[in-house]
Design a protein around this ligand. Structure first.
Ligand SMILES: [Zn+2]
Length: 264
């Protein structure tokens, strides 16, 4: 009985805010962060069963707090598996999602092509920037950072025919400096990898990673704003931080070479 009570936290102790889910690949065996296809379908079904309304990044950033429970669905990196596995499942569930692309990687092996991006956009999916080349943005010199972001925004706007306002920081890496330059490059809404519920009407949207180890029980607790789950994700991020800094300093190519080997 005690276990059952623990598995269903009281709303009284729930974190305030809206869960924004951060996915990478779906069903791709070569991607160790990918969520298995059937489990992805179960997650979407759970969102429906629980009465959550799916909300886009742009709508959420411009909205007020809502009495209806809402959830955001986002994908980073623009991996090919999201076209093959996630897109049809989202359509079948009557949902859309926000996808963050590295503009230099579109059309390369393992990533979405522009034709697929346009097809998905026509079906209601939204596309935004994840930088041009998946660099650690907070560590770039000013001129390179500005050029990475401006290129990415310009390419997205040319290809998609609409303003590109949203940026998700590769590796979740951002600081005051990179935020300022991103605004200078024309971005207005920023998605982080800080595992915490997001606040409506605020242009900084925190997101929690959903990966191959996320069970349906944990997924429910993410939707519930269970403080234990968010704190555990936060603790994991904090413990990985010094390691990432070391790798970044001595072997940056390990983190920058292949976007789809990196969880954020
Ligand atoms: Zn990424």
């Amino acid at each position: 009985m005690a276990t059952r009570q623990l598995a269903q936290p009281s709303r009284r102790f729930a974190l305030r805010g809206t869960p924004f889910l951060m996915f990478h690949g779906v069903g791709a065996e070569s991607d160790r962060y990918a969520v298995e296809s059937d489990r992805f379908s179960s997650f979407l079904a759970r969102i429906r069963q629980r009465g959550f309304a799916q909300v886009s990044v742009e709508t959420f950033a411009a909205s007020q707090a809502s009495g209806t429970p809402r959830v955001g669905i986002t994908f980073d990196d623009g991996l090919l598996s999201v076209y093959e596995q996630a897109f049809p499942r989202l359509l079948a569930a009557g949902m859309s999602a926000d996808f963050f692309l590295c503009t230099a990687l579109v059309g390369t092996s393992g990533y979405l092509s522009w034709a697929q991006v346009v097809e998905m956009q026509r079906a209601g999916m939204s596309f935004h920037s994840h930088g041009h080349r998946h660099y650690y943005l907070s560590h770039l010199p000013r001129a390179l950072l500005l050029s990475e972001l401006t290129q990415s925004r310009t390419i997205l706007e040319d290809r998609l025919g609409r303003p590109a306002k949203c940026l998700a920081f590769p590796y979740g890496s951002y600081n005051r400096f990179s935020l300022d330059i991103a605004r200078e490059a024309g971005f207005e809404i920023f998605c982080t990898s800080r595992p915490w519920p997001a606040t409506a009407g605020v242009p900084l949207i925190h997101r929690i990673a959903v990966g191959q180890n996320t069970t349906l029980v944990e997924f429910d607790r993410i939707l519930d704003g269970d403080p234990f789950i968010y704190s555990r994700h936060m603790a994991r991020n904090v413990s990985l931080y010094p390691f990432k800094q070391l790798v970044l300093r001595f072997a940056p190519s390990l983190l920058g070479a292949r976007a789809n080997k990196e969880p954020a």
